[in-house]
Design a protein around this ligand. Structure first.
Ligand code: TMP
Length: 209
């Protein structure tokens, strides 16, 4: 069975993920590929409901473990219902956040044991990691400034700068641990520049396949 390319994009809020994903999608469609773009949490009817619970700024009483499991349940649904069959039919899947978000936010950010977060989430995704993960690197201060320039912020975005600093350090640790899969992209330039850096990594990944 032909397998599609599986790409995930990671980074702090405001890193330019969404704009870059659109450009990557356009590029592959122009050269004749089918592309499915998904976002996490969400991407399925069940997952979108879970997303509403997770991001609702009123849900201040949510425990860290409940939060971790909710993200994992949205991911499990997305993986089985959409990602797996889409990849099996040879279509390119681009995921706006995936397992590394949980390791960075719930593991490093909340302080849940990294191996526990990994174990739960590897079950959710049936051990299917992306072919390539691009981490758009902007520092927490830049992220904070960009986030507060938008009108409403969600439950996670409302966390203190120290939380986002731990998440950021978590991402850097992940880049060092999974050097083959996760590529760090300098997120300080223009969207066009970030996109170009991302395409260099994606093309190298395709050549290796
Ligand atoms: P988004 O703003 O990129 O749509 O993501 C929603 C928020 O959820 C964002 O602040 C990061 C957070 N998040 C986690 O904490 N863990 C996860 O596993 C995922 C996918 C997102």
């Amino acid at each position: 069975m032909k397998k599609g390319l599986f790409i995930s994009i990671e980074g702090l809020d405001g890193s330019g993920k969404t704009s870059c994903i659109l450009k990557i999608k356009e590029h592959f469609e122009k050269i004749g590929h089918q592309v499915v773009v998904l976002r996490e949490p969400g991407g399925t009817p069940i997952g979108e409901k879970v997303r509403d619970i997770l991001l609702d700024a009123k849900n201040t009483e949510m425990t860290d473990v409940a939060e971790m499991l909710l993200y994992a349940s949205s991911r499990a649904q997305l993986f089985s219902q959409i990602i797996k069959p889409t990849l099996e039919s040879g279509i390119i899947v681009i995921c706006d956040r995936f397992i590394d978000s949980s390791v960075a936010y719930q593991g490093y950010g909340r302080g849940i044991a990294i191996d526990d977060v990994l174990a739960v989430n590897l079950t959710a995704i049936q051990n299917t990691l992306p072919d390539i993960t691009l981490f758009i690197d902007i520092d927490p201060k830049t992220s904070l400034n960009r986030r507060f320039s938008v009108s409403e912020t969600d439950r996670l975005e409302n966390e203190k700068i120290q939380f986002h600093q731990r998440v950021y350090e978590g991402y850097l640790a992940l880049c060092q641990r999974f050097t083959k899969r996760i590529k760090r992209i300098d997120g300080n330039g223009s969207i066009d520049h970030i996109y170009e850096l991302m395409m260099i990594e994606i093309n190298q990944c395709i050549e290796k396949e």
